[in-house]
Design a protein around this ligand. Structure first.
Ligand code: SF4
Length: 252
């Protein structure tokens, strides 16, 4: 799969996803980098996987209900990997001052609303990164959605960071009537099941075995956890090593 020279390595990959094949050829550095520096690559692969899922939905006679201007899913508890957390923190720093302050104050407002809502949700969210119980995380997510807290990046019903949006936002699609999305009842909301979830691979790659975390965190905790996100990034590794590890999980 790789052709290595001292500075770079070329990756020529063919990976079977669902009933299609993703092909790409790209060069990666042999220098050690942070995992989040490869996010454009992971975003690109996520978009390719989502395209495959959409094609399969259409072939099955259904259609994707998500459309411009619908932002019901932007009040969900958006899970992000710690690597994406680091990249989003950097992104916020590059925003013009007025916009940066607005985004920061929206995060603070949502965190205050969470605390005021009581029911222990604030504390549960703080510990979510260490919780491996998927059902419990799902229940926390539904309780969070009930609070109707729009994502701090949502602007005029659109994602203000669309090219940089988290992998889980890219992966979220429904085929059921969008009217049901205002109350995400699994009995009526039909999500598109992706053949592969790049977001989950990134959670695993972002997790640090030493402290047993899951590698993911709720987006809303981004600013409150800024310091720990930076500290808890996985150790830098050669880009080619990250890519090979990723492709192994994607193809496995
Ligand atoms: S990051 Fe963008 S797409 Fe994702 S929840 Fe926020 S506004 Fe919506």
């Amino acid at each position: 799969m790789t052709d290595v020279n001292p500075q770079t390595a070329t990756v020529n990959a063919e990976i079977r996803i669902g009933n299609r094949t993703i092909r790409f050829s790209a060069q990666f550095s042999n220098e050690a980098i942070q995992l989040h520096e490869l996010l454009p690559f992971f975003q690109n692969i996520t978009d390719k996987v989502v395209e495959i899922a959409i094609a399969e939905v259409i072939e099955s006679g259904k259609r994707i209900s998500c459309h411009n201007g619908c932002s019901a899913c932007c009040s969900h508890l958006v899970p992000i990997s710690k690597a994406e957390g680091a990249a989003l923190l950097n992104l916020i720093e590059t925003l013009p001052e007025a916009r940066r302050s607005e985004v920061r104050s929206r995060f603070a407002k949502n965190m205050a609303a969470l605390e005021e809502a009581g029911s222990g949700l604030f504390d549960k969210l703080k510990k979510a990164a260490l919780d491996h119980d998927k059902e419990r995380i799902k229940a926390i997510g539904l309780a969070y959605f009930d609070l109707d807290l729009a994502c701090p990046f949502l602007q005029d019903q659109s994602c203000s960071i669309h090219p940089h949006r988290p992998l889980s936002c890219r992966e979220f699609l429904v085929v059921s009537d969008p009217v049901y999305c205002v109350k995400p009842d699994p009995a009526v909301v039909e999500n598109v099941v992706l053949p592969k979830r790049v977001s989950s691979i990134l959670y695993n790659m972002s997790s640090r075995d030493s402290n047993g975390d899951t590698g993911f965190m709720p987006l809303i905790q981004l600013l409150a956890s800024a310091e720990s996100i930076q500290i808890e990034q996985p150790a830098p590794a050669p880009a080619i090593d990250w890519v090979n590890r990723f492709l192994e999980s994607l193809g496995g």
